[in-house]
Design a protein. Structure first.
Length: 128
């Protein structure tokens, strides 16, 4: 099997495996869903790699406490075993933010405004 076909098959299998896990994620564009499946879920859908798993609220709790901007910086720069930009050279900041919200179940900016909570937590995740 050619490497390209093997890679496409792996992405398809990961997407199928993650579909029930990501039952109610914030909406992603088709492009973002593809980027998520091809990049993020390579690690976030496979147990044992150290990455919090898609759909595992408890596993993402410490990430959510840091807030979206800190998580975005970690994604862009890499953290622990995660490479910079999660190997997604095609991802824009908007893509990363949407995929972070989806994976970590973070509220959208509009949802934050509705709650009245501050949109920008400190480094430790405690609102200023």
């Amino acid at each position: 099997m050619a490497a390209h076909m093997r890679s496409s098959l792996q992405a398809l299998l990961l997407a199928a495996a993650a579909a029930p896990i990501l039952a109610n994620p914030p909406p992603l564009t088709d492009r973002q869903a593809t980027l998520l499946n091809v990049n993020c879920l390579q690690c976030h859908a496979l147990p044992g790699l150290g990455a919090p798993l898609a759909g595992d609220r408890a596993g993402w709790e410490s990430v959510r406490k840091r807030g979206e901007d800190v998580v975005l910086r970690n994604v862009l720069n890499g953290i622990r075993g995660m490479p910079p930009m999660g190997y997604c050279g095609a991802c824009t900041e908007a893509d990363f933010r949407a995929m972070i919200r989806s994976l970590a179940d973070l509220p959208t900016p509009a949802e934050l405004r509705e709650t009245g909570l501050p949109a920008k937590p400190t480094e430790q995740g405690v609102p200023k």
